[in-house]
Design a protein around this ligand. Structure first.
Ligand code: UD1
Length: 363
């Protein structure tokens, strides 16, 4: 069986790494790794390959940045040619980025089986590009691997046959379990001048929070409100730094007392920063899950989440996007939450479950 695995953007690397590792246990399974090049900077891509032990991609499509249509179309054209050269029996995609839907669509039109890892998550906000990518990828996938049980309800409500859906757990947590001890030896917290459990870690990059002057100003006000309560570390995503510069807001953030604005961090340093944070303030999808696995309080600066289990069982609080609500939420979060637990099957073995299902399907 030939399985082509796709990575494109930063949140894909930590999801595909454990799946490729699990595939090595099956000599009859020939894995190929294709990097679309949606993310291309050292700190958004290359560093993750080194740290996660990912093999060099067998093919690099080099699509780069562009509008959604342009980026998606470039991936489709180049991945189609890649499949001409290197046919596959299964194309495996993860998550919800533009590379995910682009490659799934190319494969489905070629009658190649599509496996979608992290299927069935729904924010119910179609203004999010990721929500469109999730809905469409799931519709054309043959294997839908879910990370929480609520996903099955979402999928069946959209008419997807439950027989295609398999609850396997969370592959991103596989990677976290593998690397947590190594991350614990990193010195990044002290190097930045902070102490464990005495700072908030902030990451914000959703278009809805940074792409317009109004949204970006509101996001800066929220950062100021967190920084008024405790010291903050802000690894800045390129989208956010670009927009804050464009709207002349970056200086307001860098001037905050007790705040450090730093470059995007590698996987191990970021995991170390999360594990030692008193609080994480974010609009990321994956970080809601990682903080739940680590037991670190998380405030999500969004109006919706596609990962409800992080709220019902984990440490996540869905805050909304009113900067005025931040001070009270930070105070409550710092008191900690009792009764939070690690969700079912977030146990480091999701990738093994996925690969054994794929292998059984081929026999
Ligand atoms: C993408 C994903 C988002 C994910 C995020 C993680 C989609 C629709 N969105 O958003 O779900 O949470 O990745 O990072 O796929 N840029 C660089 N260097 C890079 C990559 C991007 O400077 O290596 C800059 C470019 O100016 C680019 C902008 O960041 O235009 C946005 O990149 P893009 O891939 O379009 O979307 P993200 O915001 O990164």
């Amino acid at each position: 069986m030939r399985v082509t695995c796709i990575v494109g953007a930063r949140p894909n690397f930590m999801k595909v790494a454990p799946i490729l590792a699990a595939m090595r246990a099956y000599p009859a399974l020939v894995a190929r790794l294709v990097h679309t090049g949606q993310h291309y900077d050292e700190r958004m891509s290359t560093l993750f390959f080194r740290e996660l032990g990912l093999p060099q991609p067998d093919a690099y499509l080099g699509v780069g940045s562009g509008s959604h249509a342009v980026q998606t179309a470039r991936v489709m054209e180049l991945f189609d040619a890649e499949l001409d050269q290197h046919p596959a029996d299964v194309v495996l995609v993860v998550g919800d980025v533009n590379s995910t839907i682009a490659c799934a669509l190319v494969a489905a039109k070629r009658n190649i089986l599509v496996a979608h890892v992290e299927a069935g998550l729904r924010s119910r906000d179609r203004r999010m590009p990721e929500e469109i990518n999730r809905i469409l990828t799931d519709q054309i996938s043959d294997y839908l691997f879910t990370s929480e049980r609520s996903a099955l309800e979402n999928l069946t409500a959209e008419g997807i046959d439950a027989a295609r859906v398999r609850f396997v757990g969370n592959v991103m947590i596989d990677t976290l379990v593998t690397h947590r001890a190594a991350a614990g030896t990193r010195t990044v917290v002290g190097d930045l001048g902070y102490q464990s459990k005495q700072y908030a870690l902030i990451t914000l990059h959703r278009p809805s929070n940074v792409d317009t002057p109004e949204a970006a100003a509101n996001t800066v006000a929220a950062i100021e409100a967190v920084a008024a309560r405790l010291p903050v570390i802000i690894p800045l995503h390129p989208r956010t730094s670009g927009k804050l510069q464009q709207f002349d807001l970056l200086g307001r953030v860098t001037a905050l007392p007790g705040a450090r604005v730093v470059e995007p961090q590698g996987y191990l340093d970021f995991l170390c920063l999360m594990d030692n944070a008193a609080l994480v303030f974010t609009d990321s999808g994956g970080i809601q899950e990682e903080t739940t696995a680590l037991g670190v309080p998380c405030l999500t600066f969004r109006d919706s989440t596609e990962r409800p289990i992080t709220v019902t069982e984990g440490t996540n609080v869905l805050l909304g996007t009113e900067a005025a609500a931040v001070p009270a939420a930070v105070d409550a979060a710092l008191k900690g939450r009792t009764g939070a637990r690690i969700p079912e099957y977030w146990d480091g073995k999701a990738s093994e479950r996925i690969v054994s299902i794929l292998v059984a399907g081929a026999s």
